[in-house]
Design a protein around this ligand. Structure first.
Ligand code: K1U
Ligand code: ZN
Length: 171
């Protein structure tokens, strides 16, 4: 089921999420809906608060060409980050059509739980590293525009307020 994606500003996009404690069919259905919503958008990642679910789960698939690699990360945490940084022009499904350069660690090692509760660990580089950090930020109530200066952030926020007013009028 494709779920509606929340658009900034929304208080749910600013709040930290709760850790997942129960690994059951409802969690697997949530992940399934998140993959469907992400691929439909289309996007390369999606975090649960973007669909209004305040739990620590994210999905991503950064393969552009070739067979897909859908990944679902529950309770993810960065356990190591490289000192060297890389810059990428990020976008966000909750901030449509707005892009900005963000500098983040070029490589990160992330630990998480699978949908069955099993412990997992992997090192990410390139677009995967950028995406997993962007999605973990969502779980902590942080958006990529929080890395920008106040003027740029305010300009984007005003555009999003206008977009939401227009969408509400259209019904
Ligand atoms: O979390 C999100 O809002 C999803 C976001 C992830 C992301 C993009 C770029 C850098 C870091 C994280 C997106 O997927 S925006 C859409 C996008 O980047 C894209 C869409 C279609 C094809 C390729 C990329
Ligand atoms: Zn985002």
């Amino acid at each position: 089921m494709i779920r509606p994606i929340l658009i900034h500003p929304d208080p749910r996009l600013k709040k930290p999420c709760e850790p997942v404690a129960i690994f059951d069919g409802a969690l697997r259905k949530l992940a399934e809906d998140m993959f469907e919503t992400m691929y439909d958008a289309p996007g390369i990642g999606l975090a649960a608060p973007q669909i209004g679910v305040m739990q620590q789960i994210l999905v991503m698939d950064c393969i552009k060409d070739g067979p897909p690699r859908p990944m679902a990360l529950v309770n993810p945490r960065v356990i190591w980050a490289s000192e060297d940084l890389s810059s990428y022009e990020e976008g966000c499904l909750s901030i449509p059509d707005q892009y900005a350069e963000v500098r983040r660690p070029a490589e990160v090692r992330v630990a998480w739980q699978g949908l069955d509760g099993s412990e997992q660990e992997e090192q990410f580089a390139g677009l995967w590293a950028t995406c997993v950090q962007h999605e973990i930020d969502h779980l902590n109530g942080k958006l990529f525009i929080d890395y920008l200066g106040p003027l740029k952030r305010q300009m984007i926020t005003r555009k999003m307020e206008k977009l939401k007013r227009e969408r509400a009028r259209q019904g």
